[in-house]
Design a protein around this ligand. Structure first.
Ligand code: OAD
Length: 251
């Protein structure tokens, strides 16, 4: 059996059943804040104390949650198929790692890392962060920020991800609303290069019509089911879809 190359993209929906809130609630706020207040360089410059406190609360919340069956299923697939599976997450939590994934590309950064705006080095960070925190490398103060990719900033690992998408046989998006680029464009990139595309989400996302296959339901049910199918038989799990979807038909 030839093992396919798979790129998996996860979003906040995969961690929802672990108890972490998704971003796009019906009120349009992120845990009570406008996104630009807490997730942009301008918001940080305007009110660093608010931004430090916001991420301190979210970092502390990680200690109260555990990985779920969806994180663990992806780790099983990675353990079985090794480097043929590339796991990319938009999530800044550490639940994939704690679920057993050895390789995770955090394209939007990590809550458990900080970056020094002076020397540009990043460090693992478990505790609260504020203006008095000192950079472990250059020893400067007032220079550390959460290592989170904010709006207007370039996500991490883009070259690696794009290369993997061009070589992928399958692309799977799990628990992401398809609202934020460049991640929202990965499905089209993968499809253009010949991959079969699959969405697993509680409900159809904004991008649902772009996928060849859709599985609706909670991640803790649908992801283990999909992984078991993949492990049982790669050809059954990623069937080629006919006819070609419109964006590949040249119309
Ligand atoms: P969103 O909050 O936009 O979307 C979460 C998705 O998960 C929705 O499509 C839900 O239907 C789905 N969902 C919720 N519960 C689920 C469950 N139990 N099982 C399966 N699916 C479920 O989160 P993201 O798409 O991850 O960026 O948001 C993308 C980016 O926007 C984030 O990384 C963040 C934010 O601004 C930065 O911080 C830079």
């Amino acid at each position: 059996m030839k093992i396919p190359r798979i790129v998996i993209l996860t979003g906040a929906g995969i961690s929802a059943e672990s108890g972490l809130a998704t971003f796009r609630g019906s009120d349009g706020l992120w845990e009570g804040h406008r996104v630009e207040e807490v997730a942009s360089p301008e918001g940080f410059a305007a009110n660093p104390a608010l931004v430090y406190e916001f991420y301190n609360r979210r970092r502390a919340a990680l200690r109260t949650v555990c990985p779920n069956a969806a994180h663990e299923a992806i780790a099983r697939l990675q353990a079985a198929w090794g480097e043929r599976v590339l796991l990319v997450t938009q999530n800044v939590d550490d639940l994939h790692e704690r679920g057993g994934s050895s390789q995770v590309l955090h394209m939007h950064g990590e809550l458990l890392r900080v970056r020094c705006m002076d020397c540009d080095r990043a460090h693992r960070w478990q505790d609260d962060l504020d203006e008095t925190s000192r950079c472990p490398a250059c020893k400067a103060v007032e220079t550390l920020r959460p290592d989170i990719v904010w709006f207007g900033e370039m996500p991490y690992f883009m070259d690696e991800i794009q290369e993997a998408l061009t070589q992928a046989d399958g692309f799977v998006a799990i628990g992401t609303s398809g609202n934020v680029y460049p991640a929202a464009g990965f499905v089209q990139m993968a499809a253009r290069c010949g991959a079969t595309t699959v969405e697993i989400n509680l409900e159809p996302s904004q991008n649902a019509s772009l996928f060849d296959l859709r599985h609706s339901g909670p991640a803790t049910v649908e992801v283990p089911r999909w992984v078991e199918r993949m492990l049982d038989s790669s050809s059954a799990a990623l069937p080629r879809i006919k006819p070609l979807p419109p964006w590949r038909s040249g119309s």
